[in-house]
Design a protein around this ligand. Structure first.
Ligand code: NI
Length: 183
């Protein structure tokens, strides 16, 4: 953020919709036009908003835009201090294939569910395909925390928020009240 302020450009931090909002419950539409000013602006807004909120990821529906666009990335994140670093990535129209379904459990949070955490099982490893903002194909594999972030963000594109994936609601609540449970 400091870099942007020094350059004198405005940060495009947008309001993040919260759980319950109708735009977080719907299915987002595929992007059909790439390399457009509107798509570049959406991605820029998402990046600024995610960084400002210290998020590890963000999906376009969280800004009220029902498009299949997600971003994620994690490096020295104060909300996830023990998380391994994940390269900053923009995925458009992502498609996921689960390559290892063995469930891994970890505590998740979401900028649309502020202050809360839940213990969520996710497949251990995935492959994914997508496009970047210019329309170039992307293909990658991910496991562990990286896979979890991709799966969490892509869930948003189908109206799924992580609390619905919590198996035991005793492991869902305000982070500050569950410090004895959360590693
Ligand atoms: Ni989320």
């Amino acid at each position: 953020m400091a870099d942007r302020l020094r350059r004198g450009t405005a940060l495009a931090v947008k309001e993040i919709l919260r759980i319950g909002h109708p735009l977080l419950r719907g299915t987002a539409d595929s992007v059909t036009e790439f390399n457009t000013a509107a798509l570049d602006q959406l991605v820029a807004d998402m990046l600024d908003t995610m960084r400002y909120a210290n998020g590890a990821g963000l999906a376009a529906p969280q800004l009220g835009v029902p498009k299949r666009v997600v971003i994620f990335g994690c490096d020295d994140n104060p909300r996830y201090p023990d998380a391994p670093s994940v390269p900053l990535t923009v995925l458009i129209n992502p498609q996921i294939v689960i390559s290892d379904p063995a469930p891994c459990y970890a505590w998740e949070g979401c900028l649309s569910v502020p202050g809360m955490r839940g213990l969520v099982p996710r497949p251990r490893a995935i492959r994914y395909r997508a496009r970047d903002a210019a329309g170039h194909p992307i293909e990658a594999v991910a496991e562990g925390f990286h896979a979890r972030v991709v799966l969490h963000e892509c869930d948003h594109l189908d109206g799924m928020l992580y609390p619905r994936r919590v198996e035991d609601l005793r492991c869902f609540g305000y982070e500050q009240e569950m410090l004895d449970l959360i590693d």
